[in-house]
Design a protein around this ligand. Structure first.
Ligand code: ZN
Ligand code: ZN
Length: 312
């Protein structure tokens, strides 16, 4: 006779077979993002900005390849394990000043890009001066960005500073030994660095096939969350999927009528090269539509700090 599994048992089985965490791959994470940004820029009303961010992702790709940082502090890791906290927490953790060296590399790369928009060229020059003369201001901006204190964020320099912080944390996340991850993690934030997700992707292939992963806005790690669950309040009752009629395939807004927020969800079976940061950036029309329908974005895009105030 076949044994029938109770609901709880089925879930626990699922739990063991679905990878909980997908760590970023140093060799490809930013190269893939740059390629996707270039693809999305074609014919987009945002093509100038998307192309600029593609150049920045190229610079990130170069920087992360050669990036050698002091790894996770063992004391910090055991503390995180004891308390179920993200071991490389971005807020309140003393980052190594090496991140400013990464910023310098990104700015050097960007300064050599042909045909930069004039405003971007000015911002890059100003940031290079700040690196030389006022590093403490950059540290304060980095703190404001990581804590998402929007009122303290300078929108013009934010994408560049954020890009350097992404390289720093992505490098640490890529090297982090998965076996050292605490058994439990706080809900709703990245289990590695504690940042909010930018969006989610339903993956194809391997053990993750058909599973939904939330994508970290900072360290590019992805963590599993059961589908049809609000990624903000974890309600499973009031979740709906909305898209723009005649819009691109493979993208929806997962909205929640319990907390009145939404995050975008991308379906890799429709767009193989989907990248949560890039695809989120390229679909501001869906944000406008969701804002008009009365939903707030659950969290922002790390490379754009001006569209958060989209009001209904
Ligand atoms: Zn993270
Ligand atoms: Zn919710």
């Amino acid at each position: 006779m076949q044994r029938v599994l109770a609901r709880g048992e089925i879930e626990s089985l699922d739990h063991t077979s679905i990878p909980r965490l997908r760590q970023p791959v140093r060799a490809s994470v930013f190269a893939d993002r740059a390629a996707r940004l270039r693809q999305l820029a074609q014919g987009s009303p945002l093509s100038v900005y998307l192309s600029l961010m593609a150049d920045l992702a190229d610079a990130q790709n170069q920087a992360v390849k050669h990036c050698v940082l002091p790894g996770a502090d063992p004391e910090r890791v055991s503390l995180a394990q004891a308390h179920g906290m993200p071991p490389l927490q971005a807020v309140g953790w003393r980052r190594d000043p090496a991140w400013r060296g990464l910023l310098a590399q990104l700015l050097d790369h960007m300064a050599g890009v042909q045909g930069l928009p004039p405003q971007a060229a000015l911002t890059i020059q100003a940031l290079r001066r700040s690196l030389r003369d006022r590093p403490s201001e950059l540290e304060s901006q980095a703190d404001a960005l990581l804590a998402e204190r929007e009122s303290d964020v300078d929108a013009a320099t934010a994408p560049f500073i954020m890009a350097a912080l992404q390289v720093y944390w992505t490098s640490l996340a890529a090297d982090f030994p998965a076996s050292s991850l605490p058994v439990v993690s706080p809900r709703g934030v990245c289990p590695i660095c504690g940042s909010l997700p930018v969006a989610s992707v339903v993956r194809v292939g391997g053990q993750a096939d058909g599973c939904r992963y939330l994508c970290c806005s900072l360290c590019a790690s992805e963590w599993h969350l059961v589908r049809v669950t609000c990624s903000h309040c974890e309600s499973t009752k009031d979740v709906a999927y909305q898209s723009i009629e005649g819009g691109p395939e493979g993208i929806k807004a997962e909205s929640c009528d319990h907390c009145h927020t939404y995050r975008k969800i991308f379906y890799q079976e429709k767009v193989l090269g989907v990248d949560a940061v890039a695809d989120d950036l390229a679909s501001l029309d869906l944000d406008m539509a969701m804002g008009a329908a009365g939903y707030a974005r659950a969290s922002g895009n790390p490379l754009l700090w001006q569209h958060e105030k989209v009001e209904p």
